[in-house]
Write a new protein. Sequence first.
Lengths: 334, 380, 262
Amino acid sequence: MSKDIYVIAEQRDGVLAKVGKELIGEATKLAADLGEKVVAVVLGSKIKEEAAKLYAYGADEVVVIDNPVLKSYTTEPYAKALTELIAKCEPNIVLFGATSIGRDLAPRVAGRVHTGLTADCTGLAIDEETKLLLMTRPAFGGNIMATIVCKDYRPQMATVRPGVMKALEKDASKTGEVKVLDVALTAADMNVEILEEVKETKKAVDITEAKILVSGGRGIGSAKGFDMLRECAAELGGEVASSRSCVDAGWIESDRQVGQTGKTVRPELYIACGISGAIQHVAGMENSEFVVSINKNDTAAIFSVSDLGVVGDVNVIIPKLTEALKKYNAEKNN
Amino acid sequence: MVGFELTKTQQLCKELFHNFAENEIRPIARDMDEKEEYPRELLDKLQKAHMFGIPYPQELGGAGADVLTYTLAMEELSKVDASTGITLSVHTSLCCPCIYENGTDEQKERFLRPLISGEKIGAFSLTEPNAGTDASGVQTTADKDGDYYILNGSKMFTTNAGIADTFVVFALTDKSKGPKGMSAFIVDRTMEGITVGTNIPRMGIRAASNCEVAFTNVKVPADRLLGKEGGGYKIAMTALGGGRIGIGAQAVGIAQGAINEAIKYVKERKQFGKNISKFQNTQFKLAEMQTKVDAARLMVWRAAVEKDKHGNYAPLAAMCKLFASETANEVTRGCVQLFGGYGYSREYPVERAMRDAKITEIYEGTSEAMKMIISGTMKL
Amino acid sequence: MKIVVCIKQVPDTTEVKLDPKTNTLIRDGVPSIINPDDKAGIEAALTLKEQLGGTVTVVCMGPPQADVALREALAMGCDDAILMSDRAFGGSDTYATAHVIAAGLKTLDYDLIITGRQAIDGDTAQVGPQIAEQLGIPQVSYAAEVKTAEDGAVVVKRQFEDRYQLLKVKTPCLITALSELAQPRYMTVSGIVNAYNKEVKVLTFEDVKNNLNPDFIGLKGSPTNVKQSFTKQVKGAGTVINVSADEAVKTIMDKLIEKHII
């Protein structure tokens, strides 16, 4: 019988990604409802030691599939390895991060084992009666939410948006043995050849990690408006983010985009500057702890998702706010 | 067109024109107006989408669409930018038809094909300082000299002059015969003796090129004569007769574009505690304006369909131009009024629409000239 | 090179709004468009065709109304169009959709299949890889650039969040296109005129039944089902202030201090 929740914890360059820890955190809740275990799975090369850290984040068991072929991600060896794991272990649920890796790998595996897969979930729960996994995700550009179930096929599979679930606090006292699953993989399993793999340093800023975001929309007027936001963000110790329209206008890089087609963020403070609050944008920031929005238009939709809405010109208010913050910081340091 | 519904082909073309205008022109339209310059890159983009030969056969490198489709292009582009409308219109429905309807096969191959493909831009040089509505007042001369005609004179308000490669120029080959001594020539911009003046400062359609063109002993090879000597006046009048359908469509576009802006604005603008769209004055004003624009559009379509059928479209074209151009002026004024002070500012596009609308009552035949044509068919 | 592009007709979700009274989707008047990632795929295919010669066939599964999406693709320059349309295909989830499309693709000769990364109405990004799995060919998703190597293989720049890979993959293969892959060209007017003079081939269940398992398609053959759908509860509005800039800044500062954010 299918049993237990398997979290495929992603690693890049031998370092675990945050989303895996988030998924383990969520999986512990689901596992409690089901009375099952949380098994973290790491695929890679020489990753046993790194994988062991997942015990501290709530995994009941950690399994690695360790093979030089798995060092860098490519679809086929990863898919083959996971298919074998699923055949051997018969998991009830398999969760992936909805990253560019998870969203490549999960559909291939689900297709191979012939089961259902729900993409980009933002909510997971266990149905009290049927014990089915309820997978909730936005659809229609974030306009509606749909709850999906996979009744007749196992495992139940989902990819989950990074930044949506919360990782457990690290508990270093929790440790355990890392199990190794042997899968016969050779270079012949690679059906693509990696000619080059290049890390892009300019993409290093991850707005999903920022505690404070100062985000700009069309209302800031131009690419120069972001300089003003950067200055304000610097005083706050935060980062700048953006709505889709500014990215489309070429005012800022796309990795700063918050929303349905961008990133989901949940910072402690989100300052929306000249952002109208289209539902596609709101979908990516509504879980922020505290939202301040500044908009000229007193009927802007962003106000309905803000803790504090300010009707006014961002190009006047933000520089003044930056000044006030500078003063505040200077006084605090004295 | 069957009834009042566009065919699938026409609908998809309309979508193309709409998307092109929104994506490629809207972001720069205001800037074009301010700079009074038509960007070369935009001409290239129009060429890539095959916009310069819409109602011409594919055998000649055209799109193979009908005149109605061409009016859809004029409307959709003019909704966003009337300068693009006139640039395309003078090329497509004034310059090209002269060659298409009167040129020999050799002339079509040599001169029309590059125009229709958009590789070259066309202009139409008829109006002179002393020949406006009364085109018979043309004074430019073309004297035969062996295998050449020698052109002398100057033309006023030639649209596209600054960007055109090929001009259809009207000149007298026989001064004694008045209009019957007028002939049409295909002239290259590069010919010696042609001077294109600077852009004439204007009230509207400011991004379009419009200049004076002077001809001083320009040697035009005789094989560039269109039709017969003395046939020029008729060529010009026929071209203008069809061109007016495009101007009617341009006027409809200017008006509809302004209404669309107004609708957006009145839904946002609040006065006396509510959106001004909720006031009956606003609603009635917009209803009246939209009704007139729809009526004008149907008149444009009727004239276009008649031209596609090779029927007697000229009076219908005159009527649609008269009504559409006057509607465009009334509607754009009304839209500026709905915007209040913001409508008068250059921040919003309705003031540009109002300035652009005026010329539609003037060029390719003034409203008064239209009334002459229409009343001329009424057996008065 | 024989290229097949799979496209989806989708509602322009940026135009979809919620009725604030009923909290339901307003779908009236929302235009249907070719999914943006798919359109980038069409452009990439046309560019490859211009460089290498060959043909571009565009395939769409959908209702009869999806015909216009195929006409648009033809008007952009694609050579042939196939509409996979049958009530039996309706209600398919990603697995079942991939099963149907793969059955249609098996009737074609292809070197390269291009799909969009994901559709804007579903955002799943699953159908492309699942088609590749059904056909048993390699996939490269998240393609930001594509070109061909001298030996006829395809070289794809595969984009990740923090890096890219340059991958070489032998044909036949499938790639899923990011919208960055290519800026789609406009249709041409002549293209539109010609598109409506061409035939869009329709494939029904009968036409492809030998290539698929009828138990694996449609609503019944879909492993996943929608249990319920609902509109999101938006976060309640807080205070909105309309005061001078200086007062506004003071209010913001007070709040940030009160909330221990600064």
